[in-house]
Design a protein around this ligand. Structure first.
Ligand code: C6P
Length: 414
């Protein structure tokens, strides 16, 4: 049998697709190491959106004229593309939302408020981004359910061995975990968590906001019940994300937003809901953004998620090696082989914001802060970290410039 070997990703070549790199920042080439916050956009996505606005724009699902039909086909075509990308059994299980945060809030409100109560347990992890933490904490409090956090080991990996003891004899109803940590880059064992959740009769909610840009997300293989993604982190526009949910759960759920498009019939006495996914898409949606989302999925699929994942492992390993040369830099998280292209670190006695500001002067963009993971920062014993994050257009020269910049930071501030 012939074996197809996918060519390695050529980041230098991909970079040429991204107009943002054509400029200088503070007179220097841009070293963009903040892709975990939001990725840059290739021409293919920008062109698809511009073409759509110039030739096919109208509101969707409402008009019978040519443009409205074209726009609807573009919007629904994007749903099919995202459905294939996630290996969803049906594109109807893909609900467009504003972002991953809204997707998780949708589940927390529309499923959680009706299914949680005293004696139930909602389990999140110590790694969680606030988007998959705060909605669950809030809904647990509103419904009287318990809310607990699965701890990490010293490497930043989830302690699956603690699950049974943590749950005790509680009725576990929700397990909510990210696929990839936005702070440590750790890749979490979602399949194992799903299996454990289902054994206990709970639903599994997976935040794949950082997973989908970097590795294959196959909702069927993950075994989750809900998976949230966001377009802006995977080369798509901001303002759109998606929730994939198992059809039988989506059908049982109450709507989250109410208004136009999500109804079947409205009278003064009562309103009945439209079919899934319309039931969850009230009002005019982000139409051109959906088209851009589809174009972004096509773009990264063409490059290959396996090739992107491999490239990021190599960059993470390179960055960890280079940072290890600096005894005054402390890095956090697991070894490169267990992480995506995200590296958090601190420079001895220098506040992360000062580090990031000096690096900016060198044309190096990184994020400094708590990364919307305050429980994790508490665990690490810090208020904030610096974070360098990589993507398919990141080249090692950018990491070298980060290291050179850190020498300068130390010279100026220590
Ligand atoms: N993390 C970061 O710099 P939205 O904003 O809804 O598109 O994505 C939220 C979100 C959810 N989960 C994870 C794991 C995330 O990393 C993010 C966004 C950005 O790390 C902004 S805080």
């Amino acid at each position: 049998m012939a074996v197809t070997v996918r060519p390695k990703l050529d980041a230098q070549k991909q970079r040429a697709d991204f107009p943002i790199f054509e400029q200088l920042i503070h007179g220097k080439p841009l070293s963009f190491l903040d892709s975990a916050a939001s990725s840059q956009k290739p021409r293919q996505v920008l062109d698809a959106m511009q073409r759509f606005y110039e030739t096919s724009y109208a509101n969707v699902h409402r008009g019978v004229y040519e443009l409205a039909e074209r726009a609807t086909a573009g919007y629904e075509g994007a749903r099919e593309t995202v459905g294939r990308f996630l290996n969803a059994p049906s594109p109807r299980e893909v609900v467009f939302t504003r972002n991953a945060t809204e997707a998780i809030n949708l589940v927390a409100y529309a499923w959680g408020l009706n299914n949680l109560g005293p004696g139930d347990l909602v389990l999140v992890t110590e790694l969680e981004h606030h988007s998959n933490f705060v909605p669950w904490q809030y809904v647990a409090r509103r419904t009287g359910a318990d809310f607990r956090m699965l701890p990490l080991d010293d490497e930043g990996q989830l302690r699956l061995d603690a699950l049974d003891e943590l749950a005790g004899s509680s009725r576990v109803k929700v397990v909510a975990a990210g696929m990839v940590s936005n702070s440590l880059g750790s890749v979490n064992p979602v399949e194992k968590l799903s299996a454990w959740a289902h054994d206990r009769g709970a639903i599994m909610v997976c935040d794949a906001a950082q997973g989908a840009p970097h590795r294959v997300v196959d909702v069927q293989a993950l075994g989750a019940d809900f998976v949230a993604v966001t377009a802006h982190k995977l080369c798509g526009p901001s303002g759109i994300g998606a929730l994939w949910g198992r059809m039988e759960l989506l059908e049982e759920m109450e709507p989250f937003n109410l208004g136009g498009h999500m109804i079947s019939r409205v009278t003064v006495e009562d309103t009945s809901w439209g079919e899934v996914p319309a039931k969850f898409e009230a009002g005019t949606q982000a139409i051109a953004e959906a088209v851009g989302f589809g174009a972004a999925v096509d773009y990264i699929t063409e490059i290959g998620l396996d090739a992107i994942e491999q490239h990021e492992h190599e960059l993470a390993a390179y960055a960890l090696d280079r940072l290890a040369e600096l005894p005054w830099v402390k890095t956090y998280g697991p070894p490169a082989k267990h992480r995506a292209g995200i590296v958090s670190f601190n420079v001895e006695n220098i506040h992360p914001h000062d580090v990031a500001q000096i690096l900016d002067g060198e044309g190096v963009a990184i994020r400094a802060g708590h990364h919307c993971c305050q429980p994790l920062m508490t665990k690490l014993g810090v208020a904030a970290t610096n974070r360098a994050s990589f993507y398919l257009y990141t080249v090692t020269d950018e990491i070298d410039r980060l290291v050179a910049g850190l020498h300068k930071v130390r010279k100026i501030l220590s």
